[in-house]
Ligand binder design. Sequence first.
Ligand code: 5GP
Ligand code: MN
Length: 342
Amino acid sequence: MFDAREIETVGRLLSVPQKIVLVSHKNPDGDTIGAALAMMHYLRKKGHEVTALVPNEFPRYYNWIPGAGEMIIFNRNARAVRAALAEGQLLFCIDFNSLDRTGNMAPDLAKFAGKKIIIDHHLDTSDEFDHYFCSTASSSTGELVYEFIESLGDKALLGVEEALALYTCIMTDTGSFSYNCNHARTYHIVAELIALGIDAANVHKLVYDTYTENRLRLLGFALSSRLLVWDELHTAVIYLTKDDLKRFGYQVGDTEGLVNNGLSMENINLAVLLTEKDNQIRMSFRSKGHFSVNQLAHEFFNGGGHKNASGGTSKTNMEDTLAKLKEVLRNSKEELDYTVSL
Ligand code: 5GP
Ligand code: MN
């Protein structure tokens, strides 16, 4: 799975107590939070001093993951983040492919004096790191954290806390085992996590059956009043303005997963979610089948991610962003015209 020399080198670094800093990506999802927290518990068991950092707030439905309350949030407490980085000897970058995915925190990470280690499953890994534990063939970074721990011969250190965190990674990054989930290895790892004593159905409930009333009503509103279906482009777009978000008392995480609803229609191969945030539009892209949203996000919307799930941003207003999106897609009309079959 990983380069044997990389494992040996990092294994040696971890054989003596270190001050370790873990960092998750901006607009955190279940994978980046779960993978960082699993690493936190594991590395502490190995005798290290560990601090977990995150650029901005994560959704409230991940608060229950053991250790979540200890994460230091940069946009709330930059001083504590900088102090941890100044003291740290090793930096683990979890679930992102380049430092700019940490937003305003990136310059501080770039200045980090110790070794930078990346554990990630995105495309287009940058060359800003010293040690690489990357594979795009894994469901999630959580899965790679499991592989990392196993490669270091430390499987015996895994307990319920790591298992809860890692199961959350795999469950959320596969849409509850509906995409990115065709590797037998994923299920072997899940079997091991369940054998450690977690209740998988309960984890699902904690993440997906904990909506606020506002969030459920926002979903209903988005689907009934903010859904555009561009049949000829096999595309469904949901757009939410700042006022829409305000009306439904938007909280971080309320729009996570919303984009997938567009893909649930037959003959729709691309789903896009546009959300107006401050002075820019956040974009989420999902596709089924061969259309690469990574390429779309990378070429036109300052973003990237995976072939079937990517994100990006637009600096123009909603109307102009929608117009640009339609124009770009018209030029890819043939690429979007296919039927997913067996
Ligand atoms: P989401 O749509 O859920 O925000 O993101 C989908 C995927 O694309 C995730 O794997 C995420 O890490 C990646 N992603 C989201 N936004 C960006 C971005 O602005 N730049 C890059 N390179 N990747 C992104
Ligand atoms: Mn991920």
